[in-house]
Design a protein around this ligand. Structure first.
Ligand code: PHE
Length: 344
């Protein structure tokens, strides 16, 4: 009997249960009425009297051990169950969520998106092209005379000379690429980064962004140009905005015009932003020169077109009254976080 108690105690200690079924097996095997514990209890009567006391003590210890082991197994299985059935164990779901910082859109991106969405509503698509360009797409196709100053070193970052490869100085190069690939009707916007070899100051930078637009079809006239940009100015700067066109010169447009809008800060009365003139310049524009059309494989006898181009930094500076263009590229969070409320 003493050996049996010892063996049973060993068996109980070694028992492992991973599931409710195994727990039930333990109960049946050891502690149920028909289990080994009660059968060994039944043997106490066969123990000689002088050993009864010792045997009773050992049986009690065994009973205690079996009970404690049972509780231990229950606890173990309960814990395993709760952590596998739900991931939220130990997490207080009533706590308020911890706040996280929202980033903000860069003002250049916001203004670019706003310009694009105004023109998309009137049928313009968006086209893209390389920032490293050859002479043809940046200059020659656009009717730049061979000795035009814009080709010279002071304006252009050349990467290679003869044949010339340079960082594009405007996104008109993208328009050339579109016209080479596609016959009219063409209505396209080319936003992108451009590069000019200029000294960096509060007013100018050697890297900036443009959005250029091109519309080529039958019977496109200067009136279409005026109305399209008038529509844009009112959408972008407010209903009461006035627009004026000043004669200008670009090699790729004829006639050409500089576009001014009435100053939306002082409504034309004169302030610092408009240098007390009541007007601010926002874009260059003109009718696409017939030479440019034929350079790109479009028949100028059949088609006409207009083009315009504006600097995104300039529009953003006017819109948000930013006085230093360098702020756009400095990545100062104190500057950038001021644009949190723009939802474009
Ligand atoms: N490409 C010109 C520039 O970069 C802008 C422009 C575009 C002017 C189209 C007229 C027509 O300054």
């Amino acid at each position: 009997m003493f050996d049996k108690v010892k063996n049973l105690a060993e068996e109980i200690k070694k028992f492992r249960a991973q599931s409710q079924e195994e727990l039930e097996q333990y109960r049946l095997k050891f502690i149920s009425k028909k289990g080994e514990l009660s059968s060994i209890m039944g043997e106490l009567k066969n123990v000689p009297n002088e050993k009864k006391r010792e045997a009773g003590q050992q049986l009690n210890e065994l009973k205690q051990l079996a009970k404690e082991k049972f509780q231990e197994l229950i606890n173990y299985i309960d814990q395993a169950d709760s952590s596998s059935s739900t991931q939220t164990a130990g997490i207080d779901l009533t706590l308020p969520p911890s706040s996280f910082e929202l980033g903000s859109m860069h003002p250049i991106t916001a203004v670019r998106n706003e310009i694009i969405s105004i023109f998309e509503k009137i049928g313009f698509n968006v086209s893209d092209g390389p920032e490293i360009e050859d002479d043809w797409h940046n200059f020659s196709a656009l009717n730049f005379p061979p000795n035009h100053p814009a080709r010279e070193m002071q304006d252009t970052f050349f990467i290679e000379k003869n044949p010339d490869i340079a960082l594009r100085t405007h996104t008109s190069s993208v328009q050339v690429r579109v016209m080479e690939k596609q016959q009219p009707p063409i209505r396209t916007l080319s936003p992108g980064r451009v590069f000019r070899n200029e000294a960096i100051s509060a007013r100018s930078h050697c890297i900036f962004h443009q959005v250029e637009g091109l519309y080529v079809d039958k019977n496109v006239s200067f009136l279409d140009l005026k109305q399209t940009l008038y529509h844009f100015a009112k959408e972008m700067f407010g209903k009461n905005t006035k627009v004026r066109y000043r004669p200008s010169y670009f090699p790729f447009t004829e006639p050409s015009a500089e576009i001014d809008i009435s100053c939306f800060i002082c409504n034309g009365d004169g302030c610092n932003i408009c240098k007390h003139s009541g007007w601010v310049e926002i874009a260059g524009s003109g009718m696409v020169d017939p030479n440019v059309l034929s350079n790109c494989g479009i028949d100028p006898e059949e088609y006409t077109g207009f083009a315009f181009g504006m600097g995104i930094e300039r529009i953003a500076m006017l819109k948000f009254q930013i006085t230093d263009i360098r702020l756009f590229t400095e990545n100062d969070v104190r500057f950038l976080s001021q644009f949190r409320r723009i939802n474009h």
